[in-house]
Design a protein around this ligand. Structure first.
Ligand SMILES: Nc1nc2c(c(=O)[nH]1)N[C@H]1C(S)=C(S)[C@@H](COP(=O)(O)O)O[C@H]1N2
Ligand SMILES: [Mo]
Length: 336
């Protein structure tokens, strides 16, 4: 395959891999499984293209062109990203100490996206009309088919060999501590730490256009509860089924919480904004598996957001506010 076509194919495969990776993080239901499959197939496509790219690299290494160091680092970062992605899929969760394959995968992918941008800028090749010609389209279809077959064979091998990755959820996550909250990992998004909340002084402030109310813990415990089975699915690569008990947000916010978004904020400042139309899915849980939440899992109260990834499930909730801002005006991922 011609060098420029290999490069173009890699550009597209890496572009798909990076973008589906970000989208897979954001989604916890709906199209998530299709996105995760596309992500895996894009990873396979990168591997399929590697021998051709190697020839280009071999030719290029002789010539000392600018951006050489970036190109070499990029190659290494892509190799680490792909290897850790396959390791996660196969079920290798921990790499060393408490570092997981998924953490390595995401960290390396962030390096890739930075270096890849630099590489594209320094080594940009102007597109030609023939890049979209019949031959390229046929080659692209062949590559897509190879990626699909490669993905199926890889998944089949993981299942056939009975590797721990065989029972991954459609998001790619591995099961951890279902129905045993004490065995479920305690996870923070990035930099948050577990606060010690004093239940005697803790108050939940609920603010709607209709007014503000402060709830003490005994008031919340006396409010009507529901129990709901829901899956907490962390982008760190694990999930758990638990039975959560708490107060529906509908009860806390009233029948008609006039506004567009519900902003849920932790005592630590960690915050998420959800659309008001999702209100009937949301529960403020005090209890999991029949016992009050532990400090690590969000005592005294945390949000349960079924169908959404773990980073929406705000722990140590202190504030719930309804306002008139569209929910998507916030950054897509938490900042702390
Ligand atoms: N306040 C706060 N809530 C948070 C987080 C956080 O960092 N701070 N992390 C979220 C993420 S990424 C996940 S996966 C879940 C993990 O919940 P667990 O520790 O109970 O397993 O909590 C979510 N709620
Ligand atoms: Mo998470």
């Amino acid at each position: 395959m011609a060098g420029r076509r290999t490069n173009l194919a890699l550009l597209i495969a890496l572009g798909i891999a990076l973008s589906t990776g970000v989208v897979a993080f954001a989604l916890g239901s709906g199209a998530a499984s299709a996105v995760v499959i596309a992500h895996g197939a894009a990873g396979v496509a990168v591997v399929v293209l590697a021998p051709w790219k190697q020839q280009i690299i071999r030719r290029g290494l002789g010539r000392r062109r600018p951006g050489r160091r970036v190109a070499i680092l990029l190659g290494g970062a892509v190799a680490i990203t792909v290897a850790s992605g396959f390791a996660h899929a196969a079920g290798v969760t921990s790499i060393a100490m408490s570092v997981t394959a998924m953490q390595v995968h995401v960290a390396a992918a962030l390096v890739v996206s930075g270096l890849f941008t630099r590489h594209l800028v320094t080594r940009w090749v102007r597109p030609r009309r023939t890049d979209l010609g019949r031959r390229s389209v046929v080659r692209a279809a062949g590559l897509a088919a190879a990626a699909g077959v490669g993905w199926s064979v890889t998944e089949g091998a993981i299942v056939g060999a009975g590797l721990p990755g065989a029972d991954r959820r459609f998001t790619g996550s591995h099961e951890r501590g279902s129905q045993h909250p004490d065995q479920m990992p305690v996870t923070q998004w990035l930099f948050d730490t577990v606060p010690q909340v004093n239940p005697a002084t803790w108050r939940l402030t609920v603010r709607t256009p209709a007014g503000t109310r402060a709830w003490a813990l005994p008031d919340l415990r006396a409010a009507p509860h529901v129990t709901h089975d829901a899956v907490l699915d962390c982008t760190g690569g694990w999930y758990a089924h638990q039975s959560w008990t708490g107060i529906p947000l509908r009860h806390l916010l009233g029948d008609d919480p006039a506004g567009r978004r519900i902003v849920v904020t932790s005592i630590t400042g960690y915050t998420r904004a959800l659309p008001v139309v999702a209100i009937d899915d949301l529960i403020l849980a005090l209890v999991v598996g029949g016992i009050p939440l532990s400090a690590g899992h969000g005592f005294p109260a945390r949000l349960i957001a079924p169908g959404r990834r773990g980073f929406w499930w705000v722990k140590w909730v202190q504030n719930i506010a309804v306002d008139d801002v569209p929910w998507w005006v916030a950054p897509p991922f938490p900042a702390q």
